[in-house]
Every structure is written in C-alpha cells, then in structure tokens.
Design a protein around this ligand. Structure first.
Ligand code: ZN
Ligand code: ZN
Ligand code: ZN
Ligand code: ZN
Length: 162
C-alpha cells in the first residue's frame, strides 16, 4: 500500500446489464435472477443489494457510487470518509484528481509547492510542514533559523516521500 504517491480515487458508474445468467451478487452472494443487474468495479450486484456501507442508502437510484477497498459508498459518505479539500487552494479534491498527502493534509499535485519559492515539490524530495504551510527544505531551514521560535517544536517535521 503506497499512499504516499499520487493516489487515484475511483468513481464508478453503473452498468445496467441484461446478461444475468450465472452471476453472483457481490453483496449477498446469491445468484442474480433479476431482469438486470448493476455492475460496479467489475462486480455484479442485485439492484437492491447495492447499498452504501456507511448509511445503507440504496444506490441503485443514484447516478454513481464510490468504491474503495471493495467497500461501496454513496457520494456523501465517500466525501466524508476520504474526500478532502486541498489544504493549499481550499478547493475540493475531485475523485479524479491526483493528490499528495502530508500528515492530515491533502493537496492537489500542482498545489504541493513551497510557499516561499513556489517550486513544485517532487517525489523523493524533503519538505516540511511549518504552521500548515508547505516549505521546501531550504526555505524551511531559513524560516526556522530566522524565527524566534520557542522550543516546543510545533510543526517541525521533515518528510521524505522515499
Ligand atoms: Zn444481492
Ligand atoms: Zn452513505
Ligand atoms: Zn489545490
Ligand atoms: Zn522554497
């Protein structure tokens, strides 16, 4: 599980399919004999079995659903559980964006840049979160040296994507 790299989230759209012979429902494991099934992420479901794993909302009337680690979510719960706002630009991170994560913060790939020099930070580069601002190593050192910081060590973390 490498969640440090840009991570693709998946929104799934339903396929209504009439080839139901021999299909087992991914929800209840019973054969599907309904006149159509829902196909999500390569697995088939009874229309009635496709429910959000958090709020149990029936998803067969929703335009789409979200799948993560084989669990199915409605849009709202997916956003609550995994969705995030970019800590830099504050815009939502859509299911199709590539993201960078740093502790509890999530950034658009393009937003993950040093606040001081605006340089986009690349994989493997050391960076720091200083009072929730992203800094490259050089500017972090500058900031810390120049500041009359107390020694309580707030937000002094260097990260390495490895
Ligand atoms: Zn079922
Ligand atoms: Zn839900
Ligand atoms: Zn952003
Ligand atoms: Zn910098």
């Amino acid at each position: 599980m490498s969640s440090e790299e840009g991570e693709k989230q998946e929104e799934c759209f339903f396929v209504e399919d009439y080839r139901t012979e021999g299909c087992l429902c991914a929800g209840c494991c019973e054969p599907i004999t309904d006149k159509y099934l829902l196909e999500v992420s390569g697995r088939s479901w009874h229309a009635a079995c496709l429910r959000c794993c958090v709020c149990q909302l029936a998803l067969d009337r929703e335009p789409s659903c979200f799948v993560r680690d084989h669990a199915v979510y409605c849009k709202a719960d997916y956003a609550k559980s995994f969705g995030a706002k970019c800590s830099k630009c504050s815009r939502g991170i859509s299911a199709r964006d590539w993201v960078r994560k740093a502790r509890e913060h999530v950034y658009h790939l393009a937003c993950f840049a040093c606040e001081a020099c605006k340089r986009q930070l690349s994989t493997g580069e050391e960076f720091a979160l200083h009072e929730d601002r992203v800094l490259c190593k050089a500017h972090y050192m500058e900031t810390v040296d120049g500041a009359t910081t107390s020694s309580d060590g707030k937000c002094k973390f260097l990260f390495d994507f490895g």
